[in-house]
Design a protein around this ligand. Structure first.
Ligand code: GDP
Length: 443
């Protein structure tokens, strides 16, 4: 079962419980069974699912719950807390510090995406002003050094490796030494993988760790390995001091359950996820938003929480008013693009609801595009800005707007196309958020 389907099953189970007139033990059991089924199908370990059920049942004690308690909320919260607990080992992983040398060793099976992830990790930090370097201590897979070299060159990241030296321990030691001397603050060591968890692989990993003395060992796991995740993570943990996990290929038909199992086994947090083959298809992993999405908890109250967090108090009432009116004018788009540029409230919400609007993983490109749209809109009349009808702008008006804004006609057409898409997503978002009708909500 892929991630989107688990999310669907879990939120359906919670919704069914929400629909029940009275919530008693049977309703709770049905709901928990449904959630457990979804998690098991997603390859979460049986013992973990069983523990989750027991914990929730302990929290939701019907005899003890005083009348008037909101049982639905308590149950939903309990499910959310339990899933967060599964994904949060309780202690953060070692966090490297910019400007201070840290050695990070990557381990994982061949094909898990280890080499790709090493470069993504380096690139992610490089963009934030770090000075990373890559060491290829994978002498087992033919072509591993070439791959790393190619990626590193593309991202302009210094690298170290050898075509002739066959001892990975020697290469790792030399590479780390060299980059320490060059004052790199993030020295990333890519180690060999094998098809299977073999003794030779683990022995080699131990030796590389001994010579490089990593501050953090990151276990890279392919999200599609399913039930095997548990054993695999355990085997790695027993050989080296795994301190964090990165799950790759979350863009594919990923079974999210493997992630839950890996965390539980290694007692290490998932710190990033890989969401594609490209260098910037790499995201920081946050437990709570992940679980909220899994539970389909993208509700109005969640949005309001976010709004309170991100929108200045004096602008909140106005935004709520606009949301409840539901009319999406060009002017409203203009206003929403401003916070989007800063990844403000609308950006936060839209990134969750309307990812289609953003060029994936390319913040810079989005920023340039949104700024261009705003410049074009600066040349529109008030009547056009306050309208929801793009047809108000006929051919000659489009030419005028293009001229006025110093852009091409195609750019204006693109902006109008973007408006249509944004308006559609906005309207869907309002439906999904179940925004109360105008006048019936408390901001
Ligand atoms: P290694 O043997 O563990 O070093 O694995 P590689 O880094 O060579 O990756 C194996 C394959 O997985 C390559 O084709 C990568 O492009 C691909 N890959 C790695 N990470 C991701 C990801 O997050 N999403 C997708 N779709 N493919 C990935």
């Amino acid at each position: 079962m892929v991630l989107a389907e688990i999310s669907g099953s879990i939120s359906r189970a919670l919704q069914q419980m929400n629909n029940a007139t009275v919530i008693d033990e049977k309703v709770l059991n049905d709901c928990l069974n449904e959630i457990s089924r979804a998690l098991l199908q997603a390859d979460v370990q049986f013992s973990m699912v069983r523990d989750m059920q027991t914990n929730i049942k302990n929290i939701v004690n019907f005899d003890e719950l005083a009348a008037g308690h909101n049982k639905r909320r308590i149950i939903q919260q309990a499910v959310s807390n339990e899933l967060c607990k599964m994904l949060d080992p309780g202690k953060p992983s070692f966090t490297p510090k910019k400007g201070k040398t840290s050695v990070i060793m990557f381990v994982g099976l061949q094909g898990s995406g280890k080499t790709t992830t090493c470069t993504k990790y380096a690139y992610y930090h490089q963009k934030k002003g770090w000075k990373p370097a890559l060491v290829c201590a994978d002498t087992f897979r033919a072509g591993a050094f070439d791959q790393l070299k190619q990626n590193a060159t593309k991202a302009k990241i210094p690298f170290y490796g050898s075509y002739i030296e066959s001892d990975p321990v020697k290469i790792a030691g030399e590479g780390v030494e060299r980059f320490k001397k060059e004052n790199c603050d993030l020295i990333i060591v890519d180690t060999s993988g094998r098809h299977k968890q073999e003794a030779a692989l683990f022995e080699e990993m131990r030796q590389v760790a001994e010579v490089t003395k990593p501050d953090l060992v990151i276990f890279v796991m392919d999200s599609s390995i399913g039930q095997a995740a548990f054993d695999q993570a355990q085997a790695f943990k027993q050989s080296v001091a795994v301190g964090a996990v990165i799950i790759t290929k979350m863009d594919g038909h990923a079974k999210g359950g493997g992630a839950l199992s890996a965390v539980a086994t290694t007692k290490s947090p998932v710190i990033f996820i890989g969401t594609g083959e490209h260098m910037d298809e790499f995201e920081v992993f946050d437990v709570e938003p992940f679980v909220r999405r899994l539970l389909g908890m993208r509700d109005w109250s969640g949005f309001m929480d976010r709004m309170h967090e991100f929108v200045p108090t004096n602008e909140q009432t106005e935004l709520v008013q606009k949301l409840s009116e539901g009319t999406f004018t060009f002017r409203l788009m203009y206003e929403q693009l401003q916070p989007l540029l800063k990844m403000g409230p609308a950006g936060q919400v839209l990134s969750a609801f309307g990812a289609e609007l953003m060029a994936k993983g390319n913040e810079k490109e989005n920023q340039v595009k949104f700024k261009r749209y705003m410049t074009i809109m600066d040349s529109m009349t008030n009547a056009e800005l306050d309208s929801t009808n793009p047809k108000l702008m006929n051919g000659s008006r489009i030419i005028c707007i293009a001229r006025g804004s110093g852009r091409k006609v195609e750019d204006v057409m693109e902006m109008i196309q973007f408006y249509k898409m944004f308006a559609k997503i906005w309207s869907n978002m309002m439906k999904r958020l179940k925004v109360p009708k105008k006048g019936s909500m408390n901001a």
